[in-house]
Unconditional design. Structure first.
Length: 240
């Protein structure tokens, strides 16, 4: 159910989470169990701006301390504080950009994943949003854990760390585009949390597969056979 103070980002649904965190231009669904976001939902803003990235990484004190991963868990870990909602997607003002550096918007990512294939996908989504035929671009991103694989805990070697952090095996990104013709397009990706030289279209999957492995219902306000079929098919990669 949407927050009573309706936000545009929630137009096509809001998955479940232990705590919903409403920011100025994006929404996070936080997992107490995983000590990080289950998902982050946004409408992409790809317009050019003079606002500069501030790198203001900081704790999100709306989350109870016993479930909150703070900056020290990342220190010396060898993992990046990986944005779910990209800093470059929020350049309307300094405060909008600054809010993307809340640690509730971060998941541990391998450096060459974060600066490589993940960044490549973020850039491609912004280019998609800039197409004349696109009215609005909705994106939901989050970590994926495979329970048949070992989960590495970040920070468990340091007794001073209050909250350790499990490292995701992969990440998903699901994109829903409203075109100016009134039609809707949908693409979803699952990408392993490691360096990759593959093309983005090699990571395309059915949105229903993302739902299955993440345990989330995506874009659930879209009803009818046509929309169910969109979830169950892989759309061809857009040109960018």
């Amino acid at each position: 159910m949407n927050h009573p103070n309706y936000k545009r980002e929630t137009r096509y649904g809001l998955p479940e989470a232990d705590q919903i965190l409403y920011n100025r231009n994006y929404v996070v669904g936080y997992s107490y169990y995983f000590r990080q976001a289950k998902w982050a939902l946004e409408i992409v803003d790809s317009e050019e701006s003079e606002v500069e990235r501030k790198d203001h990484f900081r704790s999100d004190y709306r989350i109870p301390e016993r479930f909150r991963a703070d900056k020290e868990v990342y220190e010396g870990s060898g993992y990046h504080r990986g944005h779910l909602v990209a800093s470059a997607n929020k350049l309307e003002s300094e405060i909008h950009n600054s809010e993307t550096f809340l640690l509730s918007n971060m998941s541990p990512q391998k450096p060459k994943f974060n600066s490589g294939i993940w960044k490549k996908l973020e850039d491609a989504v912004r280019k998609l949003d800039q197409q004349e035929s696109v009215f609005e671009t909705y994106v939901i991103s989050g970590p994926i854990f495979y329970f048949d694989k070992d989960v590495i805990m970040m920070g468990d070697e340091n007794e001073k760390i209050k909250v350790t952090l499990p490292i995701p095996h992969a990440f998903f990104k699901s994109i829903l585009v409203e075109k100016n013709t009134g039609t809707i397009n949908m693409w979803s990706f699952i990408i392993p949390n490691k360096k990759s030289s593959k093309e983005l279209d090699e990571f395309l999957v059915e949105t229903s597969k993302v739902e299955k492995v993440s345990g989330l219902l995506l874009w659930e306000t879209l009803l009818g056979t046509k929309m169910i079929n969109k979830k169950n098919k892989i759309s061809k990669m857009w040109k960018y």
